[in-house]
Design a protein around this ligand. Structure first.
Ligand code: TEU
Ligand code: CA
Length: 570
């Protein structure tokens, strides 16, 4: 729906998105795995949060090699999660509460147990052969392609039956679909219509920038890859044909519904993002970039978070660049964590008992006051933090498990790998949602599929509901503030003091409405000089501490203090 009197306004620009990881949200039948009836039992909780959109990770039939990102049937629900009638009930329950549902669209690959792939691998002349990428062995070994989740890092897997290799950028059980085949594309579009006709409100498109490939598979040297694209993953992604496909998808499917679409955009530059989201190009609404997520890692080592922390100046530069990118055309998103990232408060704030609450609130303030659609990951609203497993056997994620094997095989340092994983592993964000202080945090009455974070007796919804000062209640307060002030959604963004190493401050302006946001990203007290037209006093809308110390023309910020103030009139 457009707002008739303002063509630039769309519901998905004003929406607050809450990402829900179904496997870990709420188990209804005691098998230790979250499910749709579990979510249904928590619909009132979702409504009371004040969010608008639920993005749910894949719930389609899947053998779960990669927690549902390996789909064996796009038109059915995963057994562990329930049935299609549970799904209908869920969608209905959300809509009744004025909440929208965005599903995950995983079409770069399927499961190797998908019927299409079973057919495809059965013979070279099977009608489904060209649904996937095959390389006949008589042509020799295919040029190297890197795989994310392969123990050997190789994306080509030899398949004896037809003496050919198939391509899998992700795990060996996630063969890549061949988007160069128009018949295959048509089937995907039909499947998308199936879900839109059920009434879903949009798709988050998984690894969508990987779909278009140069199917001659030219050989690259490592050097060429670096020169051409800056990073190795680039050579899979964003082949120019991508836009042909997204445009076709838009014409044939998306344009027919009032929905929201968001691309997952690993390695995507601002220029490339514009090609995907500029309205005149008729592709997708939004994209989420990875540049922010890449900050503060030690180069050359697999996911090692710099123990000295990250550089706030760099952080501000990246988020400012992506905010400025969509001033006149397109629209952005903002997030600080999801199911592929460690917990937001552990990664960007400080999860020590002393600072967890103020830093979680500060990060929430940041997300709600930027010029983009904010995405929260379930658990952010109560400050869930990294579990930091000691042993590889505690991990469930294929990425961690296979990388461990890979490092072990290559006689690498597995101990160091495990240390690094404590700060960066995806499973940190996949532990069960913490509902209350009872056993297994109220997630299940059985044995949870992955360990519960032992901090659940203090960190849970029930405890935070009662505490007016809790992260949860702060989250709700921030939602109200964003809703009441359109300037926080559409207003211009102006960064202050870009070289400041501890404080991230900016002004948002729309018409005569002006807001100052001051965020202390450090664990220290910091004296900060605010601009003259912001005499901080009664005009403070948000403060994650009880008071604010002022002297002369400065404010004395407490560790991780966050302030949102409205400019005095005039
Ligand atoms: O992730 C795709 C992706 O680009 C990966 O690089 C991602 O960054 C990786 O998980 C980092 O460790 C998507 C999904 O979000 C992810 O959960 C899936 O595993 C992946 O696609 C395969 O479908
Ligand atoms: Ca269950």
């Amino acid at each position: 729906m457009k707002y008739e009197n303002d063509p630039g306004r769309y519901w998905w620009k004003e929406a607050i998105v809450y990402q829900l990881y179904p496997r870990s949200f709420k188990d209804s039948n005691g098998d230790g795995i979250g499910d749709l009836q579990g979510i249904i039992s928590k619909l009132d909780y979702l409504q009371n949060l004040g969010i608008d959109v639920v993005w749910i990770n894949p719930i389609y039939a899947s053998p779960n090699d990669d927690n549902g990102y390996d789909i064996s049937d796009y038109r059915n629900i995963m057994k562990e999660f329930g049935t299609m009638s549970d799904f209908n009930e869920l969608l209905d329950g959300l809509h009744k509460r004025n909440l929208k549902l965005v599903m995950d669209l995983v079409v770069n690959h399927t499961s190797d147990e998908h019927e299409w792939f079973k057919q495809s691998r059965s013979s070279r002349d099977n009608p489904y052969r060209n649904y996937y990428h095959w390389w006949p062995a008589e042509k020799g070994k295919p040029p190297h392609r890197e795989s994310f989740f392969d123990e050997n890092g190789r994306a080509w897997q030899y398949d004896r039956k037809t003496k050919s290799y198939y391509l899998h950028i992700f795990s060996v059980k996630q063969p890549d679909l061949n988007w160069e085949n128009p018949k295959m594309r048509k089937e995907i579009y039909e499947m998308m219509k199936f879900w839109f006709d059920k009434g879903i409100d949009g798709f988050r498109m998984d690894a969508i920038t990987y779909i278009a490939k140069d199917d001659s598979f030219p050989a690259f040297t490592e050097d060429e890859i670096r020169k051409q694209y800056g990073e190795w993953s680039g050579y899979y992604a964003s082949h120019p044909w991508l836009h042909k496909y997204l445009n076709e998808m838009n014409r044939q499917v998306l344009s027919k519904y009032d929905i929201m679409t968001v691309a997952e955009g690993p390695g995507v530059s601002v220029e490339e993002a514009h090609k995907i989201v500029d309205p005149s190009r008729h592709e997708l609404n939004m994209l989420y970039h990875f540049e922010g997520m890449g900050i503060g890692y030690v180069p050359g080592e697999f996911k090692r978070v710099d123990p000295n922390g990250y550089d706030l100046v760099k952080f501000k530069e990246v988020y400012t660049k992506w905010s400025d990118a969509f001033v006149t055309k397109g629209w952005g998103t903002i997030y600080l964590g999801n199911h592929d990232q460690p917990r937001m408060v552990s990664r960007w704030g400080n999860d020590s008992p002393e600072f967890k609450s103020p830093s979680a609130k500060m990060l929430i303030t940041f997300l709600f006051t930027m010029h983009a659609t904010p995405f929260f990951y379930n658990g952010d609203e109560i400050g869930m933090s990294n579990i930091r497993f000691d042993k590889i056997s505690d991990y469930r994620d294929i990425e961690s498990r296979n990388m461990y094997q890979h490092i072990k095989k290559n006689k690498g340092n597995v101990k160091r790998f495990l240390e690094n994983q404590k700060e960066s592993a995806r499973d940190n964000s996949r532990t069960p949602f913490q509902w209350n202080g009872s056993e297994h945090a109220g997630f299940t009455c059985g044995a949870p599929w992955i360990k519960v974070n032992p901090n659940y007796p203090e960190c849970n919804v029930e405890a935070q509901e009662k505490d007016t000062d809790s992260i949860l209640n702060y989250f709700r307060k921030m939602i109200k503030v964003r809703r009441t002030h359109t300037a926080l959604v559409y207003g211009s963004y102006h960064l202050l003091d870009k070289e400041h190493k501890q404080v991230y401050a900016y002004v948002r302006t729309l018409g005569d409405e002006k807001f100052l946001v001051v965020l202390n990203f450090s664990r220290e007290r910091v004296a900060y000089k605010t601009p003259p037209n912001f005499l901080l006093g009664e005009n403070i809308l948000i403060n994650n501490y009880r008071g604010l110390t002022k002297y002369e023309d400065k404010i004395q910020l407490q560790p991780y203090q966050a302030i949102v103030a409205k400019a005095a009139a005039g």
